[in-house]
Design a protein around this ligand. Structure first.
Ligand code: ZN
Length: 389
């Protein structure tokens, strides 16, 4: 099956102007100004002149089996479904466990990931959870990454958080070393996804690792970095040391009132201070619980992370906070694909996977989604759904 998308303004994520894009099966095969096909094969032609064509979004943190539970069993969040991702323009997800690694398990995570992949998404996972020592599938982190194809790293390991295991820098260095060698031997990212909580120690443990061991900051990928201005400032220092940081797109009014910085604003803040635009990502934190604890540590409210948040924050970064279109788009496409080491994702180029979005040029609203060469949303309507949707 051939699909020809005609005349869209291509954000690859660099703005390449009006281009025609040809897709065969699940692969992008040609990008040219004016593609002429002399063929008897069936070709679906899409007129996309009023649209931007962008890569499908790459989400580096999604609780695909559901997460949470910090308010008791009834607050365990529901699992992600196929259309949750597609509705938010996300075509690649990274499945993780979180606070709960007792009732949420790695076999369940891998099975859910395989199910979503069969339905049409691209899915990778991390071994482990918040807890240290890391609970793995095969006995250790290095082995999990090397032998389980879908595991590309470990995490999210919690630091600076009352829900974490309060690890030492030595323990974090050892986890980083295991992940690093596992990644080297399997040609995968081998990163440690780090959940950074509200604790005052912030990134201190990671800076200690870099100072006192042979493991570089780039081995760690801290998320929720837009919790506060103080944490963002440490994030800036972290990126200057060679690391990549992640901003959480999901938020709630309660969390923003408590001092968290809206993702789009945090991006503008970092770029204004000269941060490297290649070292910042957004993730949805989809299907996480978004708990708000008061000053006494009591749970006050709990909501669920939305898969639509990343696209919304990308749009707000451009429309509301004045970030350049390509720079904003990189945080949700090229940059996460680079840190996750997914070479066929996050860009539009011949030979790469046909994961594509069509956005309305004026409003940047999502119109159509193609995942691995298949249309899942067309002109705002879901045309492909998950098994039980
Ligand atoms: Zn987290």
């Amino acid at each position: 099956m051939l699909t020809l998308i005609r005349g869209a303004t291509l954000l690859a994520p660099d703005n390449l102007g009006k281009q025609d894009v040809l897709i065969a099966g699940n692969t992008l095969i040609a990008i040219e100004r004016d593609i002429r096909l002399d063929t008897t094969l069936a070709v679906e032609v899409i007129d996309a002149r009023d649209h931007y064509l962008t890569p499908g979004l790459v989400d580096s943190l999604t609780h695909i089996t559901g997460g949470g539970g910090e308010g008791g069993y009834h607050t365990r969040t529901p699992a992600m479904e196929f259309s949750d991702a597609i509705g938010g323009g996300v075509t690649t997800v990274t499945g993780v466990l979180g606070t709960d690694a007792i009732s949420r398990t790695l076999p369940d995570l891998l099975a859910k990931a395989a199910g979503l992949e069969a339905e049409g998404l691209s899915v990778v996972c991390h071994t482990g959870s918040y807890q240290v020592p890391i609970r793995t599938l095969t006995g250790n982190v290095q082995q999990d990454i090397m032998l389980i194809e879908r595991f590309i790293g470990v995490g999210e390991v919690a630091i600076a958080d009352h829900r974490g295991s309060q690890p030492s820098w030595q323990e974090l260095a050892r986890i980083g070393a295991e992940a690093r060698v596992g990644g080297l031997l399997s040609n995968k990212a081998g990163i440690v996804s780090v959940h950074v909580g509200e604790g005052k120690d912030r990134l201190a443990l990671l800076f200690d690792v870099a100072e006192h061991s042979n493991i570089p900051l780039s081995q760690y990928y801290p998320t929720h970095m837009n919790r506060s201005t103080a944490l963002l400032d440490e994030g800036l220092r972290f990126t200057r040391g060679g690391g990549t940081i992640d901003l959480t797109a999901s938020n709630t009014p309660e969390i923003l009132d408590a001092g968290e910085i809206k993702c789009s604003e945090a991006l503008a803040y970092l770029l204004d201070r000269g941060a490297d635009e290649n070292r910042i990502t957004f993730s949805t934190d989809g299907h996480a619980s978004l708990p708000h604890f008061n000053a006494a540590g009591k749970l006050e409210s709990l909501k669920v992370g939305s898969m639509k948040a990343m696209l919304d924050e990308f749009r707000d970064a451009v429309k509301r906070d004045g970030v350049d279109l390509t720079r904003a788009l990189k945080t949700v496409t090229t940059n996460p694909a680079a840190i996750l080491k997914l070479p066929k994702k996050g860009r539009i180029k011949p030979g790469l996977d046909a994961d594509l979005l069509l956005l309305d040029k004026d409003s940047l609203s999502l119109r159509s989604v193609m995942a691995k060469g298949e249309w899942c949303m067309r002109d705002g309507t879901m045309v492909k759904k998950g098994t039980f949707e």
